[in-house]
Design a protein around this ligand. Structure first.
Ligand SMILES: *[C@@H]1O[C@H](CO)[C@@H](O)[C@H](O)[C@H]1NC(C)=O
Length: 415
């Protein structure tokens, strides 16, 4: 009751509508990947692949950019990249283009790669214009990957998945499918946030993936998060999973947020999200223009399982990058068992890391010690987590480095 009252107050409070004169970007009303691509006027394809446990995942593809560039170059030596041992043949598809897979973060979808209001700031469009065959994954449970051969998303059974499944099934099965379709021997994987988490975990659990992933670029890597800025929330995180399940249920996370998103004006929604992430993570969100937030935050939330959230809580609460812990309950949560860690030290795939100095979710000092094949590191001063999606100088701070890395790892001929 009190909650309702608060919502009503927030909804109608005039001071919360400072952008009444603000012009609406058409991208704001593009609610699906299809609509967004119509706006950008790029051709795209929608692919579906069935995983080994029978989820049907959607993968979006921009086979070519507006410029229809075909790349044929060999990078000079003398770049700052270290550790570039690399046995790959020129890894191109049937049309001579190298293949890139972009993977979204927690509660996001492939939409996030084309959600910048500035054309040049969209990594998917940028790379396709640069001559890459660009694919974008969608994790099970999000709005594009909500079907299964036998399970119904209305049932709790459908939602029994954690980061384990993203890492050990969705990621490798998506890669397999893309390589089969394109004929390319390998691809470069670029993840944001949980898109990096699943790659760290997945590459560590299947070392053979070093044959098919020629480079892993981690944007705002989330494998060794620091915890939360608010002590109350930190306490909640450390609560036993049974407590969390009893509060959130066993199925879908975030359904109420989608409802409020549909009710609130986009500008108000921006205020609420900024306040929420400020409270939870201590972010200030000052590097992203307000116009961009209004569009971007509309693409921030798709569904995922409560179990994957609980998995995050276990990782943050324990401070270990560990597998989902089925066993721990309110009574047995102490010393008697520890779930195995993902052995990320074993990864031999070259890794490039981009992280923000003010990203409270990333503890790079810890991560660094775990990675033995770190090829490139860039610390962007003053940046927080979401800046790697929408910061106003993203195309200057990050894209040239990505392009340089892609060219290096995709075209370098051995010897
Ligand atoms: C790939 O990993 C295997 C071990 O699983 C290792 O023997 C091999 O050298 C690695 N290849 C590259 C190119 O790093």
């Amino acid at each position: 009751m009190v909650e309702c009252l608060i919502y009503v107050l927030i909804l109608f409070h005039p001071s919360l509508f400072p952008w009444t004169s603000y012009t609406v970007n058409p991208l704001q009303h593009a609610a699906t990947f299809k609509d967004m691509m119509k706006y950008w006027k790029y051709d795209y394809e929608e692919h579906f692949t069935e995983t080994r446990d029978h989820y049907v995942l959607c993968i979006h593809r921009i086979p070519q950019g507006r410029k229809n560039t075909k790349i044929d170059c060999i990078i000079e030596s003398g770049t700052t990249i270290v550790n570039h041992i690399n046995d790959f043949k020129k890894p191109t598809n049937h049309n001579g283009k190298p293949v890139v897979l972009l993977y979204h973060g927690l509660t996001l979808t492939s939409e996030v790669w084309v959600s910048n209001i500035k054309h040049r700031r969209n990594l998917a469009l940028y790379l396709s214009d640069q001559g890459y065959d660009v694919w974008m994954g969608n994790a099970r449970g999000n709005k594009y990957s909500q079907s299964h051969l036998t399970k119904d998303p209305k049932d709790a059974d459908f939602w029994q998945f954690s980061i384990n499944e993203f890492a050990m099934i969705d990621m490798p099965d998506t890669i397999d499918y893309i390589l089969k379709v394109t004929g390319a021997p390998s691809l470069t994987y670029i993840g944001f946030s949980q898109g990096t988490t699943q790659a760290f975990a997945g590459l560590s659990m299947d070392l053979e993936l070093n044959k098919t992933v020629n480079l892993f670029i981690a944007l705002a890597p989330a494998a060794t998060p620091k915890g939360f800025s608010h002590p109350l929330f930190d306490g909640f995180i450390k609560a036993a999973p049974t407590v969390i399940y009893s509060l959130l249920g066993r199925k879908v996370f975030l359904k109420p947020v989608l409802f409020w998103q549909s009710v609130f004006s986009p500008a108000l929604f921006v205020k609420i999200i900024d306040a929420a992430v400020g409270f939870l993570f201590g972010w200030h969100c000052q590097n992203i223009d307000i116009e961009q937030k209004i569009v971007g935050y509309q693409h921030l939330f798709s569904l995922t399982s409560v179990k994957s959230i609980v998995h995050w809580f276990q990782i943050i609460g324990s401070g270990r990058f560990q597998m989902y812990d089925e066993g721990s309950s309110f009574f047995t949560q102490t010393v008697d068992h520890l779930p195995p860690k993902f052995p990320i030290k074993q990864i031999t795939t070259p890794i490039a890391v981009f992280y923000g100095s003010d990203d409270t979710l990333v503890d790079f000092d810890v991560l660094k010690n775990e990675l033995s094949h770190l090829a490139y590191v860039k610390n962007v001063h003053g940046w927080e987590h979401m800046d790697f999606l929408w910061a106003s100088n993203l195309e200057k701070m990050v894209f040239p480095d990505i392009l340089m890395l892609l060219e290096h790892f995709n075209f370098k001929t051995r010897g």
